[in-house]
Design a protein around this ligand. Structure first.
Ligand code: MG
Length: 257
């Protein structure tokens, strides 16, 4: 709730630049997953995040095919806390072969100490997502160096000053930050883009989520080119609700009520 009013104060310094972005691939059907990778690869994306944690054999088969066909891409895994510690240790030791950049939230309960154990045992870097939502959790993760990456969703952290404070704590602990959206509309996403523009660490950010919407209040797809968000702070004033799209949304809501 604090996020929206505070963003209007514009107390931060968005930086015009091209920000590399990743795309998320759901793994439920092998052909669909491969088609999606192929589509985004041809669009210029080179970082792909795979949602895993449900079907080891299927996921491994898809990862094997993708890595064989596209040796130049970077793989990220997100288990959304789908594994027990034992399963995470077993699978990630195996999947080290795919050279994943990191695995987000490998274990049920997100036990912080287990994150660092997975990292040291399997050699796969770990990322905290659900486990970092406020200053307290960020302090625990950074002071203990329990994760290699923090996946920061500014809308869920709730305000800009805490977001910036967490970024600073991460930097002091040599932990990398990846800024991602949390399924905001195009207007909300534009402010996340602005915050992401301030973190220039060369990592792909999780910002290309507009195509997950069947209906949105504006279309920002033209900002994404060759796997990058072409960010310019001027765009903060140009992404406005489209009156036709708002009308469509209204009719969809009325139909579903
Ligand atoms: Mg995640």
């Amino acid at each position: 709730m604090k996020f929206s009013p505070e963003t209007t104060l514009k107390t931060f310094s968005p930086t015009p630049r091209n920000i590399p972005v990743n795309t998320a691939i759901g793994i439920g059907d092998k052909q669909m997953a491969l088609n999606k990778v192929n589509h985004y690869y041809n669009e210029g994306y080179r970082t792909f995040k795979f949602k895993v944690g449900l079907d080891r054999a299927l996921e491994e088969s898809i990862l094997t095919s993708v890595c064989n066909k596209y040796p130049d891409i970077s793989i990220r895994l997100d288990a959304n806390r789908g594994w027990s510690l034992e399963t995470a240790l077993s699978i990630l030791a195996d999947w080290k072969q795919f050279n994943p950049e990191y695995c987000e939230e490998p274990v049920q309960g997100g036990i912080f100490e287990e994150l660092s154990r997975i990292k040291t045992t399997t050699g796969v870097p770990v990322a905290a997502d659900e486990s970092v939502r406020d200053i307290g959790s960020a302090r625990r993760l950074t002071e203990g160096k329990l994760a290699d990456f923090l996946i920061l969703k500014p809308s869920l952290i709730g305000n800009i000053s805490d977001f910036l404070h967490i970024c600073e704590m991460a930097q002091n602990s040599e932990i990398q930050v990846v800024v991602t959206t949390a399924l905001e509309s195009a207007i909300g996403r534009s402010w996340v883009y602005a915050l992401a523009s301030m973190i220039d660490n060369g990592l792909a950010m999780g910002l290309a989520t507009g195509d997950l919407f069947e209906y949105d209040i504006a279309d920002d797809s033209n900002l994404f080119k060759k796997g990058h968000l072409c960010f310019d702070s001027v765009m903060l004033n140009t992404i406005q609700p489209d009156s036709e799209k708002l009308k469509n949304l209204k009719s969809v809501w009325e139909f579903n009520i």
